[in-house]
Write a new protein. Structure first.
Lengths: 275, 267
């Protein structure tokens, strides 16, 4: 027993490094394999370069997009639209959700709208939004908000309903007023679920931003892909996918990092299984 | 005695029916108010009737579309695409998710791929599916399949992973083979999360369908919306948009009903 305890610190450091290296290799194995398979398939002549351009050519195209500044402009515009839409969804969605759980009239008015509106495919409304607001940023951001606000509202309502009564009662007992109960008890206790709603909304914002750009044209990652597709430039189309995938990956990872930071006091932050 | 007992029962049944009807009406009355506001705003020309044709005109052109058969033909095409894509996504996605939870090597191989492809906005695949499979049904089915598979996979994986260790051990100790355990313990306990993954996929499938059809198609709801909009028949365009929205909503409600039935054993 004692010897194990003595040798453990030395071993565990080395072991941890070895373990991390092992996992890095195994985790990247299938991604590398996929990349190699793509390159080999494209070079084998089974597909025309139009159907499947070689990964190396797609990489070159991305590199030239990056160096020419095209990528920065397109990604910047897409991110600007998606994130503006996301922040409007976050603020408005949480406000509506709070109003619904505190006010009977707000609940009466919004509840059927949310329960009918949530499952609808809102991208069908894009032509209507174009009709109203044109094809520029305002209409793109509007359709993003229409699509992504519902998960935030429902998550907020459910989260506030789920706050433990005992917490609220104790706070009241200790003399907290309404505002203090809301800001110091209800919102923090509801935060994990609200964050889950936001984590659903964020990828939706990006999906809709890309669709809106494809339909309305102009700059942006989706618009650039559509342009490439119209010119039968499939290298450009595949480069667009990889670029959008990278932006999406970074956004989703950043969001779960922010979640960890915000919920550092919460049980789940110390639970290794929620990595 | 019996008539005395029967009378109140009958009355309360009627009463509870009326109560339910009133509650439903009260619950959905905001939608009715919005519909009336729409009609009034358009009739009184508070807004341009091009941008917002009166609701009654929209209903009239919906009936006209139905009479011409345009709506049914395009609805058939769209529903076929959703059904085929979603069916493939559910079958293959669930199998992959359970395999990932059940065999470690599968997990090691697939988890990194799921992790990098899950955040990919699936709408980015629309031009590629067109490059591969053209403008017809196949490209939409592939898109819906690719877009809807991962939520199902993740639902099945999380569900199968969370099956109660006690139940697994008990089943094993009572002599169940690996396949038997998979069928009788892992699958049922994966059900709730699998079903909620499928619900996400269902919603996504309609979004992807309409987007893909709006961008490139020769039939289907999205095509019809784009066609009518380009022709300036906005009341008909509104009619189709509302039809798609309603179908998405109805599909979700129907699914919830079925899912609740399927989980009835969980009390």
């Amino acid at each position: 027993m004692a010897s194990v305890a003595q040798t453990a610190p030395v071993d565990s450091a080395a072991l941890r490094v070895a373990n991390a290296a092992f996992w890095l290799v195994t985790r990247s194995f299938s991604i590398v394999a996929l990349a190699v398979a793509w390159e080999l398939l494209a070079r084998s002549g089974m597909f025309t370069p139009f159907q499947l351009p070689a990964l190396s050519n797609v990489g070159l195209r991305i590199w030239s997009d990056v160096t020419s500044g095209e990528f920065a402009i397109n990604a910047g515009l897409t991110l600007y639209r998606a994130m503006t839409g996301f922040f409007i969804c976050a603020v408005l969605g949480v406000l509506i959700g709070m109003a619904m759980s505190r006010n009977a009239i707000a609940h009466w008015f919004f509840d059927p709208l949310v329960s009918v509106g949530f499952p609808m495919p809102k991208t069908a409304f894009i032509p209507v939004v174009i009709l109203w607001l044109g094809v520029y940023d305002v209409s793109k951001i509007t359709i993003i908000v229409i699509d992504a606000i519902f998960p935030v509202i429902t998550a907020t309502v459910i989260a506030i309903q789920g706050v433990e009564r005992e917490l609220v009662w104790s706070a009241r007992n200790m003399g907290a007023n309404n505002r203090e109960v809301l800001t110091q008890i209800v919102l923090p206790a509801a935060l994990p679920q609200i964050m889950t709603g936001l984590q659903v909304a964020l990828p939706l914002c990006l999906i809709v931003a890309v669709v809106a750009e494809m339909l309305m044209g102009g700059y942006g990652l989706g618009g650039a892909m559509m342009t490439a597709s119209r010119f039968a430039n499939s290298t450009g189309v595949f480069a667009g996918i990889v670029e959008i995938a990278i932006v999406g990956y970074i956004l989703v990872k950043a969001m779960s990092l922010i979640r960890r930071r915000l919920l550092i006091w919460h049980q789940e932050a110390h639970d290794p299984s929620t990595a | 005695m019996s008539s005395v007992a029967a009378a109140p029962v009958e009355r309360t049944a009627l009463q509870s029916w009326a109560e339910n009807a009133w509650r439903t009406f009260h619950r959905y009355s905001p939608l009715l108010l919005l519909a009336i506001a729409w009609e009034l705003a358009a009739r009184l020309e508070l807004v341009s009737t091009t941008a917002l044709p009166p609701l009654s005109d929209v209903i009239a052109s919906w009936v006209a579309l139905l009479r011409d058969g345009d709506l049914q033909a395009n609805a058939g095409a769209s529903l076929f695409r959703v059904g085929a894509g979603l069916g493939l996504a559910i079958g293959i996605g669930a199998a992959l998710g359970i395999a990932m939870a059940w065999w470690k090597p599968v997990n090691v191989l697939l988890a990194p791929l799921v992790e990098i492809f899950y955040p990919l906005p699936k709408s980015a695949l629309i031009p590629v599916t067109v490059i591969w499979l053209g403008f017809g049904d196949a490209s939409k089915i592939l898109l819906i399949f690719l877009g809807c598979m991962l939520p199902v996979t993740i639902g099945a994986y999380n569900g199968a992973r969370s099956s109660d260790q006690m139940l697994l051990w008990s089943a094993r100790s009572m002599g169940a083979g690996r396949l038997r355990v998979l069928r009788d313990v892992v699958l049922p306990s994966a059900m709730p999360e699998l079903l909620s993954g499928i619900r996400i996929a269902l919603a996504l499938s309609f979004i992807l369908l309409v987007s893909a059809e709006l961008i490139v198609a020769r039939k289907g709801f999205g095509y019809l919306i784009g066609f009518l909009g380009a022709n300036g028949s906005y009341d008909a365009m509104y009619a189709v948009v509302l039809t798609v929205a309603f179908l998405g909503f109805a599909a979700d409600r129907l699914y919830l009903l079925i899912a609740r039935r399927a989980l009835i054993w969980r009390a």
